[in-house]
Design a protein around this ligand. Structure first.
Ligand SMILES: NCCCNCCCCCS
Ligand SMILES: [Zn+2]
Length: 343
């Protein structure tokens, strides 16, 4: 399987993450990319290619233009305001505050666009997110033109990024941007399967009232897992999108036996939808040793996950999302891909 990778994805070097009330080194660290690409090369998964450059047009087809402008300028505005640390929100448009106003004050503006407080902004974040999107689109293009699968080693991840919100370590929704490009390229139906531990709230937000993208997510039940406020089973889409959003919330300590049953249900739903393309939001924070998650998948079980995805028989683009057990992230990620590849 072909891999798209770029060292530019390491340009995001945030120093802090708000975790348990203290500022810690971010779980979503640049080393994740090195460990995954080392494993790709170690097992001989296939050729590793640099991405092309696609510009901001595909991003603006999914995300709000003012949000993109904000991401591009927030750091400089924050520094110009004399604020010392890395930008994190101190206030949000919480219940009964207005969310139809976008403050000029950078402290207020951060809260308007941030869905969560753990994700610091930093110099280089925008460039890394732009490259991550290019990686996703390069992997997509390969699949569209050859029918062969491809892996986009995206970083930062994207599935928490909504139309005009960042958080959960995500800024541009790589999977959503890729799906829209596939539709622009003439496809009628695209399925996005999110197997990251966390609900893909951003991807759901983007396609919730559409029937040309089927979004399915297996994740920690929102009552007990980030992002908490989306990802319930009763969220099934709206308007034209009714029945084209499918959530599979699962409880703490879910093991592969239970998780794979949900996966099989999702696969059956995908088959029934008859998409021309499958995009997999590939997070491996379902791993038993993940530091911020609570499923119990074992490394070798990721191979079977890949095998089950292969049996769907669709052109498939894998895009990297989460996974924070950094030492094993290479093995776990590449196990899905070798399982799919069939060796
Ligand atoms: N106490 C856990 C806080 C988790 N905060 C963000 C998690 C983002 C995962 C991205 S895949
Ligand atoms: Zn995750």
């Amino acid at each position: 399987m072909l891999t798209f990778h770029s060292e530019e994805t390491k340009k995001r070097q945030a120093r802090t993450e708000l975790y348990g009330g203290t500022l810690v080194p971010p779980f979503e660290c640049p080393e994740r990319v090195d460990i995954i690409i080392d494993r790709v090369r170690q097992v001989g998964l296939g050729e590793v290619r640099l991405p092309g450059t696609y510009g901001l047009e595909p991003v603006l087809a999914i995300h709000d233009a003012r949000y993109i402008d904000f991401l591009e300028t927030a750091w400089d505005e924050w520094v110009a305001a004399g604020l010392e640390g890395e930008p994190i929100p101190s206030i949000w448009p919480a219940r009964r505050l207005r969310s139809d106003v976008i403050p000029d004050n950078i402290d207020g503006k951060i809260g308007y666009y941030a869905l969560a407080a753990e994700t610091s902004l930093s110099p280089g974040t925008f460039e890394a997110a732009d490259t991550s999107k290019d990686i996703a689109l390069s992997a997509l293009d390969h699949v569209l033109h050859t029918g062969e699968p491809a892996f986009g080693l995206c970083r930062p991840p994207g599935h928490h990024a909504a139309v005009d919100q960042y958080g959960g370590y995500c800024f541009f929704n790589n999977a959503a941007i890729a799906a829209q490009c596939a539709l622009n390229d003439g496809m009628q139906r695209v399925a996005i399967l999110d197997i990251d531990f966390h609900h893909g709230n951003g991807t759901q937000d983007i396609f919730y009232d559409r029937d040309d993208v089927l979004f399915l997510s297996l994740h920690g039940e929102p009552n007990d897992a980030f992002p908490y406020y989306l990802g319930f089973a009763d969220e099934t889409g709206q308007g034209k999108g009714e029945s084209f959003n499918v959530n599979y919330p699962l409880p703490r300590h879910t093991d592969y036996a239970a998780w794979s049953q949900a996966l099989d249900q999702a696969i059956a739903r995908i088959r029934a939808y008859r998409p021309e393309l499958l995009i997999v939001s590939l997070g491996v924070d379902t791993f038993e040793k993940d530091p911020i998650s609570f499923f119990k998948l074992k490394s070798e079980e990721f191979i079977d996950c890949g095998r089950r995805l292969k049996q769907i028989g669709l052109p498939t683009t894998f895009l990297m999302e989460g996974g924070y057990a950094v030492e094993e992230i290479g093995i776990n990620t590449v196990n899905v891909l070798t399982g799919f590849d069939g060796d």
